[in-house]
Structure formats: C-alpha cells, structure tokens
Design a protein around this ligand. Structure first.
Ligand code: SAM
Length: 248
C-alpha cells in the first residue's frame, strides 16, 4: 500500500541528512515540498532525480486532497520542508491529517529539528518543555502571549526572527523580570553557531552590544517560572498569620 513519508532535512549542515532519508527520497514516486527550487538543490547535491511538487501554505488544503488521491492510487510520497522536520512550524499538517482520515499510512523518519537541537545544548531543564513556535509579530499580541506564559513552569522554546529578537527579549525583561534565564541559540549546525545563556536583562544588554549577535536563524529559550522556594504554602501562611495574631 502507498505510504506518506515525513522526511526531515538538514537545518544547515548537509551532513545531517540520514541514510534512510536519502534512500526514501530516492525511492518514492513524488517529493512534496515547500519550495521546489530549494529542495531541488538538496536533491541535486545527492543526485536524486525524484520529481518534486510544491505544497504551499496558502493552497495546502487543496494540494493535500490531490496528494491523498495520488496516495490512494498507490503512489508513495515523501514530504519535506525547506529545513528540519516538516509540520514543526512548517507546512504538512493538513496533508497528514487528511491521510489519517483517509486511512493512508503515514511514516515519520526522525531527523533534524532546530527546537530539539537547541534545547539539548542549552543547559536549561529538559525533563519537561513547551514548544511555542513563533511569537505573534504585533507588539500587543506578543506581549499578551508572553503574559500568558509568565507562570509556565516548563522550559519554553521559541523560534524567533533576527529582526524581532531584541524587542522580544525586551518584552521578556518587562513581563518575566530581569532575572529570568534566557538562552539564545543561533545558526545551529552552521559555521557561526553560538549558544549563549544569561539572565534576561543582561541578555538584552549583551545583544545590544553587537548587532551580529542577533543575526541568522534563532531559537530562543526561556527558563520556566520557579515558585519561590522560600514561600510557604498558602495554608501554612494562613496558619502563621492566625498564630501571630493570637500571640500579638
Ligand atoms: N521545521 C523546522 C525545524 O524542524 O526546526 C523549523 C522551520 S521554521 C519555518 C524556521 C525557524 O526555525 C527559523 O526562523 C529559526 O527560528 C529556526 N531554525 C531553523 N534552522 C535553524 C538553525 N540552523 N539555527 C537556529 N534556528 C534555526
């Protein structure tokens, strides 16, 4: 039976594509991608001649239906995005959803993903984390979003544009406080890869010092909110104030 393969591709370093990903891209009938020219370069580098088909975000629902029909005719398809794992802040959700509804088998290959790569080297807790993707671009919406995450106890992972990093870090200082620990990972797997961790206010100053520190592709991570270790549970506080009132 036909299968839709979800195939991750490198996030910078071409050496990060797996042998299984290459074999799959070679073997399928069609490769559905975001941008045929971008994926074409990857394919020609590995001398893979499989035809490509664009699955743009704005027409994904329509294109997804067409691909499901192809799969139902017995054709196998690989889905790739420009970089990293498809569906992770990238197109593919409608296609996978329709395949599942239509009973078409979906097989995901493991591979590069900027969020997981950044998190695994950040030095922030990884036992629990939340992936928040891109923050809203507008000030008010972004501020509201951060406000809603203020008390989130898990490590938060964001994708951020280099144009907005400074504003976002400034908003984090305001909303989550100057001491909240941040880690900025830039250009992962590439020549100018850096990972830098600082409390929010110091991070803002560090980024402002040198505009190169905001360049390139960025994953921003924010330590989860820590309940004040010294604070007594609410019930204990009540008892204490009753007691001290009695004694007073
Ligand atoms: N599907 C991709 C994945 O699995 O990571 C993410 C696609 S999303 C459209 C692109 C964003 O991912 C970039 O704006 C950046 O925030 C992050 N990103 C991708 N490659 C990166 C890299 N090499 N270093 C740091 N961040 C990266």
């Amino acid at each position: 039976a036909a299968v839709l393969y979800i195939v991750p591709t490198p996030i910078g370093n071409l050496g990060d594509i797996s042998q299984r990903a290459l074999d799959t891209l070679q073997a399928v009938d069609v490769i559905a991608c975001e941008d045929t020219r971008h994926t074409g370069k990857l394919l020609s580098h590995y001398q893979i001649g499989t035809p490509t088909w664009a699955l743009h975000d704005h027409n994904e629902q329509y294109k997804a239906d067409q691909l499901v029909s192809r799969l139902q005719e017995g054709k196998s398809i690989a889905l790739v995005s420009d970089a990293g794992t498809p569906l992770i802040s990238d197109p593919g959700y409608h296609l996978v959803n329709r395949c599942r509804e239509a009973g078409v088998q979906v097989v995901a290959l493991p591979g590069p993903c900027a969020a997981v790569t950044a998190l695994s080297a950040a030095g922030l807790p990884t036992d629990r984390f939340v992936f928040e993707g891109f923050l809203p671009a507008k000030d008010k919406a972004r501020h509201d979003k951060l406000e809603s995450l203020k008390d989130e106890p898990r490590t938060m992972v964001f994708y951020e544009s280099p144009r907005r990093l400074l504003e976002t870090v400034a908003a984090l200082v305001t909303v989550m406080g100057p001491e909240r620990r941040l880690v900025v990972s830039r250009e992962l797997t590439k020549a100018f890869e850096t990972t830098h961790g600082l409390p929010a206010e110091q991070m803002l100053a560090w980024l402002q010092e040198d505009s190169n520190r905001c360049r390139g592709e960025i994953v921003l991570m924010v330590a989860g909110h820590k309940a004040d270790a010294d604070a007594l549970p609410v019930a204990a506080q009540k008892t204490l104030s009753l007691l001290s009132a009695d004694l007073g």
